[in-house]
Design a protein around this ligand. Structure first.
Ligand code: NAP
Ligand code: MG
Length: 491
C-alpha cells in the first residue's frame, strides 16, 4: 500500500501502482520438458526493462536440451495425444482458458514487469485475448471435420514454435491453442527478453493436468531457436518475428518437407480521408502507433492524411500526445511504458536520428522520462518523404511518420509502396470508399474506422515480406493439419 496523498492542485494523476506481490518468482528456472523441470546447463539473467532490475535466471537451451524437448513432444504425440478424441482435447483447452482467466492479474503483472508494457494493456488486452484464444480453439477441437468438410484432417506431429517479445503470452496462445486443438504436440521458445510468462504458463499446464510432453517450453536466445528449426524431429515450424530471421528460416527449411508459417514485420498505412470523424481518427492514430510502445508488427506507423485536413489533424494529434502519460508500466494510469530492451531502444534511436538527418521535422511532447531503464518519448515526424528510412523501415517503436495524399488512387499507391503487407487502416464516413480501399490495399488485415483490433475468430497474417499463413479463425487451423487428399486423389 502506498500512502494516500492529497490531490495535487493542478489535477495531475497521483501514482496508482499495481501491486507486484501477486507474482512469486523463483531465483532460477530450467526448461519445461515432458511435464517436468529440466535443470538448465546454461543460464542468463532476465530483467525488468523499466529499471533494469534482475528478475530471475532462466535457461539458455542447448541443442541437447532442445532435443530432449522434441523427444518428449514426439513421445506424447505417439502415446496418446494424437489419438485422443477431439472432445477430450477440448476439455484441456477449456481448462487452460479458464485458469488463465482466474490467474489473469498475476500474468498481467508479470507481463508488464518482464516486458515493459503498461499494466492496463496487459490486463485489458493481452490476458483477455490470450484466454479467448484458448476458448475459441477449444471449440474447434471436436469439430475439425466441419472445419474441413470431406477432407479428413490429421495432426501434423511435433510443432516447433518461436515467438517474439512484444506480446509474449498472447503469441504463445496464438501458437499453442490451434496446435493442440488439431492434435499436435509442441516445443515453444519464447523470446530471449520475455521468458517469464511462458514459464508461469507451465504451472497452468500442470493445474490443467495436461498430459506430460504435449507442451514443452525451452528458453534461450536465437541459437535455441535455430536448434529447434534445425531439428529433424520437428514436423512444422511456426515463427513470429523479424523478416530477416524469417527469411533465414525459410532458406533453412527449403526442401526438408517441414511445414512453415511466418508472421513477420510490417509498416502499416493508416489512411485518413477528409470526411472522417476527426477526433475519432486521432484516437485511432494514437492507438495505432503508441499502443504497446509501437512494438506491434501491425502498428499504423505510416500515417497518410488527405492534404486538405493535414494541418488541423496534425495539430490535434500533437495536442493529444501531450496528454499521454509515459512511465512506470505497473502504474494503472500509464499509457506508454518502457521500451522492451536496450537493443530495441538503440534501434529506435538510430532510425529517429536518420529521420532528422534526412530532413523530417520531429515533434515530441514534453515528458519526464525515468533515468533508469529503457525509455523513448512518443514521436511524430512530419515533412516525411516516401524515400526516407523512417517511411520505409520498420521502427518497432513509438514513432509515427506522417505523409499526405490528394486522391484515393494516390493513397492506395503510396500505401502499397512497401515491401510489407500486414495491416492497414482506413478512416472515412463513406462505406463505399472503405470497400474500394479494402479491395486495393495489399494487407492481410484492413481496419475501417478503428485500428489494432483483434479477435480470435478473425484470421491474421501478411502478404509479401510480412510472411505467409494465417493465425486465428478457421484459417488458423489449417497449418496444423495434414489431409488425406493426396492419398485419395493419388497426388
Ligand atoms: P527476432 O530476432 O526475429 O526474434 C523472434 C524470435 O526468433 C525470438 O524468439 C528470437 O530469439 C528467435 N530467433 C532469433 N534468431 C533466430 C534464428 N536464427 N533462428 C530461429 N529463431 C531465432 O526479432 P526480435 O529480436 O524479437 O526483434 C527484431 C525485430 O523483429 C524488431 O525490431 C521488429 O522489427 C521485428 N519483430 C516483429 C514482430 C512481429 O510480431 N512481426 C515481433 C517482434 C519483432 P531472440 O529473442 O533471442 O531474438
Ligand atoms: Mg533477436
Amino acid at each position: 500500500m502506498t500512502d494516500l496523498k492529497p490531490i495535487p492542485a493542478d489535477w495531475t494523476y497521483a501514482p496508482a501502482p499495481e501491486s507486484r506481490d501477486i507474482v512469486t518468482l523463483a531465483a532460477e528456472y530450467g526448461h519445461f520438458v515432458g511435464g517436468e523441470w529440466l535443470t538448465a546447463t546454461e543460464t542468463y539473467e532476465t530483467i525488468a526493462p523499466r529499471d533494469e532490475e534482475p528478475l530471475a535466471r532462466v535457461g539458455q537451451a542447448t541443442p541437447e536440451e532442445v532435443d530432449a524437448a522434441v523427444q518428449a513432444a514426439r513421445d506424447a504425440f505417439l502415446n496418446g495425444w494424437s489419438s485422443l478424441p477431439g472432445s477430450e482435447r477440448a476439455k484441456y483447452l477449456f481448462r487452460i482458458a479458464r485458469i488463465l482467466q482466474e490467474r489473469s492479474r498475476e500474468f498481467a503483472v508479470l507481463e508488464s514487469l518482464n516486458g515493459g508494457k503498461p499494466i492496463k494493456e496487459s490486463r485489458d488486452v493481452d490476458l483477455p485475448l490470450a484466454a479467448a484464444h484458448f476458448f475459441y480453439y477449444a471449440g474447434w477441437a471436436d469439430k475439425l471435420e466441419y472445419a474441413f468438410p470431406n477432407r479428413r484432417p490429421k495432426p501434423v506431429g511435433v510443432a516447433g514454435q518461436i515467438i517474439p517479445w512484444n506480446f509474449p503470452l498472447l503469441m504463445l496462445s496464438w501458437k499453442i491453442a490451434p496446435a493442440l486443438a488439431c492434435g499436435n504436440t509442441v516445443v515453444l521458445k519464447p523470446a530471449e527478453t520475455t521468458p517469464l510468462t511462458a514459464l508461469l504458463f507451465c504451472d497452468v499446464l500442470r493445474q490443467a493436468e495436461l498430459p506430460p510432453g504435449v507442451v514443452n517450453i525451452v528458453t534461450g536466445d536465437g541459437r535455441t531457436g535455430a536448434a529447434l528449426v534445425e531439428h529433424d524431429g520437428v514436423d512444422k515450424i511456426a515463427f513470429t518475428g523479424s523478416t530477416d530471421v524469417g527469411k533465414a528460416i525459410q532458406r533453412r527449411l527449403a526442401g526438408t518437407g517441414k511445414k512453415l508459417t511466418l508472421e513477420l514485420g510490417g509498416k502499416a498505412a493508416n489512411v485518413v480521408f477528409d470526411d472522417c470523424a476527426l477526433d475519432q481518427a486521432v484516437e485511432g492514430i494514437v492507438n495505432g502507433i503508441y499502443f504497446n510502445q509501437g512494438h506491434v508488427c501491425c502498428a499504423g506507423s505510416r500515417l497518410f492524411v488527405q492534404e486538405s485536413i493535414a494541418e488541423p489533424l496534425i495539430e490535434k494529434l500533437k495536442q493529444r500526445l501531450t496528454t499521454l502519460r509515459v512511465g512506470d508500466p505497473l502504474d494503472k494510469n500509464t499509457d506508454v511504458g518502457a521500451i522492451n530492451s536496450r537493443m530495441q531502444l538503440e534501434k529506435i534511436e538510430e532510425l529517429v536520428a536518420a529521420g532528422q538527418e534526412e530532413g523530417a521535422e520531429i515533434y515530441q511532447p514534453p515528458c519526464n522520462l525515468p533515468e533508469k531503464g529503457y525509455w523513448f518519448a512518443p514521436t511524430v515526424f512530419t515533412n516525411v518523404a516516401q524515400s526516407y528510412r523512417i517511411a520505409q523501415e520498420e521502427i518497432f517503436g513509438p514513432v509515427l511518420s506522417v505523409l499526405t495524399f490528394r486522391t484515393p488512387e494516390e493513397a492506395v499507391e503510396k500505401a502499397n509502396n512497401t515491401p510489407y503487407g500486414l495491416s492497414a487502416g482506413v478512416w472515412t464516413e463513406k462505406g463505399s470508399r472503405i470497400l474500394w480501399m479494402a479491395q486495393r490495399l495489399r494487407a492481410g488485415v484492413v481496419w475501417a474506422n478503428t485500428f489494432n483490433r483483434f479477435d480470435p475468430t478473425s484470421p491474421f497474417g501478411g502478404y509479401k515480406e510480412s510472411g505467409f499463413g494465417r493465425e486465428g479463425g478457421l484459417h488458423g487451423l489449417e497449418p496444423y493439419c495434414t489431409f488425406d487428399d493426396s492419398e485419395t486423389f493419388g497426388g
